[in-house]
Design a protein around this ligand. Structure first.
Ligand SMILES: *[C@@H]1O[C@H](CO)[C@@H](O)[C@H](O)[C@H]1NC(C)=O
Ligand SMILES: *[C@@H]1O[C@H](CO)[C@@H](O)[C@H](O)[C@H]1NC(C)=O
Ligand SMILES: *[C@@H]1O[C@H](CO)[C@@H](O)[C@H](O)[C@H]1NC(C)=O
Length: 793
């Protein structure tokens, strides 16, 4: 009932009623030094940014502006003549107030989600005399029509130009941070000086995209992106930060393009030119997709990849070696290459003068453990060519998987973009209180063919939002949330209602969502958070980019406060995303997170161990062509990924973790607390003993009644059972019995599958096939299988 009680609180009305494109009242620092800037045609720069941080106290909220233009609000010099770093930092840190209740972003008074900031850089050159420090919830975004340049001065005083990781939290808890549409330039700094452009020690629900890193040619000291392991202070006991995807980045010059440390990475759309090493990476599960390396000595230094390195759809020109790695002689350090063009040395192991692979890989090459079609015996392959073909529904330009950059809609003029909060006679509040369902649905229908911009805020809905063909939705990233409010519509666990429907079944057209968050404000066992029904005329017509799910763990939801006891009291959502049989979608950068810890703190938080029983992660029943790049699903009760009666699916990377309230000594044996509400597509866990707590834990992946499924770079990490931070009870080092179940399916290809602390990796038609102990590698107590093709025939 918190929802109703809050109705009495009036939201900020500072911008209410303004029309799109109207002049915004700057709330920033002095404007006396403001310099004229060339007018951009980018709609995002001029549209009315009447967003809000919905869950601040009203007295703080009214003075808090999510959007900040570094030039017009904070006086940054974009002519390149004087230092701009101080003004940019001021824009990042605003709006602090004298009172501690409204303390500024640097003080982190509102946790991770409470003080979002869209820091916008108009075109121009910004001289950087010192580094800038982002805070949790910061998006640093340039004008994509003419990306602004951040140019380091020659005597730059620090080892990084941008520190993205907020030091108030370890890297594993740095969520909701983005940097996009920029050029970063260190060419004035001596080429031997050790300097990185961006320290990116962050985790999921982050975005680093559309950035050019310009460094001196033949540099010995410069790097574009670096990611620290165990970043001080304070030392993070788990040590490994947990990002999912970096995409569409160009590195020119430099000693090393990227120096990465973390659990897993998918690196998509990367271009490296004139470097010593393109990527030096430590991690367990690494995928390089749709990338190019030109004039570099080494493409990928994978000595630190203890699980699997998968390289897909990649082209090199004039390089020394594409992959340089260690040779464990067993599953560890697996390498999978597919559709790779390279002259000369393609794979070198332990610097051996006799490379195991030279030249192109038209289909697939694997080094590591393999399960051949129909053969349950593990085979170690030193380097073997495979010829399995990709499904033609998934490929373009010959044999490449379709990929796409996140849309910016820069080709749309301002009069083709509608701010959802400014349509006459259809008030939409996005205030975390008002029911916006009907008016958003009307605006969407009115705006077919246009872009609909959702400024920062929380848009409460009590029934389905229906996105019609012809829709393009663009939010303020992690600050723009659609949240299901209490409603009987969202309460039937046997017949769930979608909170957002991307099309109705059978719809064909354009349906795109970028930079939105999906959440629930109450415990809603019949809420399916997103259902995708639409297909496009072209691949990518239907797509979702940098859009994420969050259930619990943050302000603005009863889930944060009530889910502390037993899972049957907290069926907080039916499931996260459902790709139905009529859909065909491209999905890139999506983290489906049921909270296993709290992000915001405060007196009402269930700090360490929320017990939240969201039923399902991703249910994929699509057949017409589905591309998933860089997704993660965590802590859902029955499964993280379920490919059911699906076909023609390419998933480049699936990351997951189990709900930690499951397992021995805990509160619930799966399928509880959903036992009475299972759907035909759900797992029954009937093959587990009734009290076998390690067996009755969420599946990482289910594949049933499916064909032509291509899964690259899968990983499931289990760190605890019987509660967060509890050491696993059960066989030494083993936290969970099973990971993946495949039944009645053909053409199922899994390349680079990693587990931690799970005994049985793959089960096929009720027979255990692959065990962790036969494929030792990856994480501590882990297993890795380079190619699982048992069900591929
Ligand atoms: C690096 O070399 C390329 C190709 O010759 C050239 O276009 C570029 O200007 C050089 N970069 C610098 C910073 O000198
Ligand atoms: C990456 O994908 C895009 C879009 O499909 C394509 O144009 C480009 O050639 C691809 N790059 C590589 C290196 O395959
Ligand atoms: C096996 O899957 C096919 C679809 O590929 C389906 O038609 C059939 O009913 C399934 N068989 C069983 C026994 O479930």
């Amino acid at each position: 009932m918190k929802f109703l009680a809050l109705l009495a609180i009036l939201p900020s009305t500072a911008f209410a009623g303004d029309v799109a494109g109207s002049q915004q009242i700057p709330l920033g620092s002095s404007l006396s030094d403001q310099k004229p800037i060339a007018q951009s045609t980018y709609w995002y720069e001029t549209i009315n940014h009447n967003g809000e941080a919905s869950f601040m106290q009203p007295s703080c909220k009214s003075g808090y502006q999510v959007f900040r233009n570094v030039v017009t609000d904070f006086g940054a010099d974009n002519t390149g003549n004087t230092d701009a770093s101080t003004a940019i930092q001021n824009a990042i840190d605003a709006f602090a107030s004298g009172s501690s209740a409204c303390a500024g972003r640097a003080a982190n008074a509102y946790g991770t989600t409470g003080q979002p900031a869209m820091v916008y850089l108009p075109r121009g050159t910004y001289q950087m005399a010192k580094s800038i420090q982002l805070r949790l919830g910061t998006v640093l975004m340039g004008d994509p029509t003419d990306p602004p340049t951040l140019k380091a001065v020659s005597n730059f005083p620090s080892d990084h130009i941008i520190f993205a990781k907020d030091p108030v939290q370890p890297g594993t808890n740095n969520f909701y941070i983005a940097i996009k549409n920029l050029i970063i330039d260190s060419t004035n700094v001596d080429k031997a000086t050790t300097i990185g452009h961006i320290d990116w020690t962050v985790s999921q629900a982050t975005q680093l995209t559309n950035i050019v890193f310009n460094m001196p040619n033949f540099s010995t000291g410069h790097a574009g992106v670096t990611v620290a392991l165990n970043y001080p202070p304070p030392p993070d006991p788990s040590g490994f930060n947990s990002a999912l995807i970096l995409n569409d980045l160009t590195f020119n010059g430099g000693a090393t393009g990227m120096i990465l440390n973390g659990q897993q990475w998918v690196l998509k759309g990367m271009s490296f030119n004139r470097c010593n090493t393109g990527i030096r990476v430590n991690g367990f599960n690494v995928v390089v997709h749709n990338s190019s390396f030109t004039d570099c000595t080494t493409g990928i230094d994978a000595h630190g990849v203890s699980g699997s390195l998968t390289v897909l759809d990649t082209i090199t020109t004039n390089i020394g070696t594409l992959v340089n790695s260690g040779d464990s002689g067993n599953a560890r350090n697996s390498i999978i290459l597919e559709n790779v063009i390279n002259n000369g040395k393609t794979v070198v192991l332990d610097n051996s003068p006799n490379p195991p692979l030279t030249g192109n890989v038209p289909n697939t090459w694997v080094h590591g453990d393999m399960y051949a079609p129909g053969n349950p015996v593990t085979q170690f392959e030193d380097g073997r060519f495979l010829t399995a073909k990709r499904a033609s529904a998934l490929t373009v330009n010959g044999n490449n998987y379709f990929t796409m950059k996140p849309p910016t809609y820069q080709e749309f003029a301002i009069d083709q973009v509608v701010n959802v909060k400014t349509v006459t006679n259809l008030p939409v509040r996005g205030d975390g209180i008002t029911d916006d369902t009907a008016n958003i649905n009307s605006v969407l229908l009115q705006c077919v063919g246009k872009v609909v911009y959702f400024p920062a805020g929380t848009y409460m809905v009590t029934d389905s939002l229906i996105i019609p063909p012809g829709s393009r939705i663009f939010g303020d990233a992690y600050a723009s949330a659609i949240s299901a409010a209490f409603s009987t519509k969202f309460f039937n666990p046997d017949a769930p209602t979608a909170m957002v429907k991307l099309g109705n079944p059978g719809d064909v057209g354009v349906g795109q969502i970028s930079d939105m968050l999906f959440t629930v404000s109450d415990v809603l066992q019949g809420c399916k958070m997103l259902e995708v029904n639409m297909a496009g005329n072209q691949p990518g017509d239907v797509g979702i980019w940098n859009s994420h799910f969050r259930v619990g763990g943050a302000s603005g939801s009863k889930v944060k406060t009530v889910c502390s006891t037993t899972p049957d009291r907290c069926r907080a959502a039916w499931g996260m995303i459902h790709l139905t049989s009529t859909s065909s979608a491209y999905i890139e950068n999506m983290w489906g997170w049921t909270a296993d810890h709290d992000l915001d703190g405060g007196p009402d938080s269930v700090q360490d161990a929320p017990v939240i029983a969201v039923g399902r992660g991703a249910l994929i029943e699509a057949t017409k062509g589905t591309w998933m790049v860089g997704t993660g699903m965590e802590h859902n009760t029955l499964y993280q990924y379920n490919f059911n009666a699906a076909a023609n699916v390419c998933s480049v990377f699936q990351q997951s973790e189990t709900p930690y309230w499951q397992g021995p000594g805990s509160f619930g044996l799966a399928p509880a607390p959903w036992t009475e509400h299972l759907q035909p597509s759900d797992p029954t866990f009937n093959s587990c003993g009734s009290e076998d707590a390690q067996c009755r834990m969420a599946w990482f992946e289910l594949v049933s009644d499916s064909k032509d499924i291509f899964l690259y770079g899968g990983c499931v990490w289990v760190f605890f059972n019987g509660g967060v931070n509890h050491d696993c009870q059960g066989a030494p080092g083993i936290c969970q019995q099973n990971a993946i179940d495949i039944s009645n399916s053909t053409g199922t290809h899994l390349y680079g599958t990693n587990v931690k602390a799970i005994q049985t990796m793959m089960i096929s038609d009720n027979v255990e096939i692959a065990f962790r102990s036969d494929n030792d590698g990856s994480f501590f107590m882990g297993g890795v299988v380079a190619a699982y093709l048992f069900n591929s025939a």
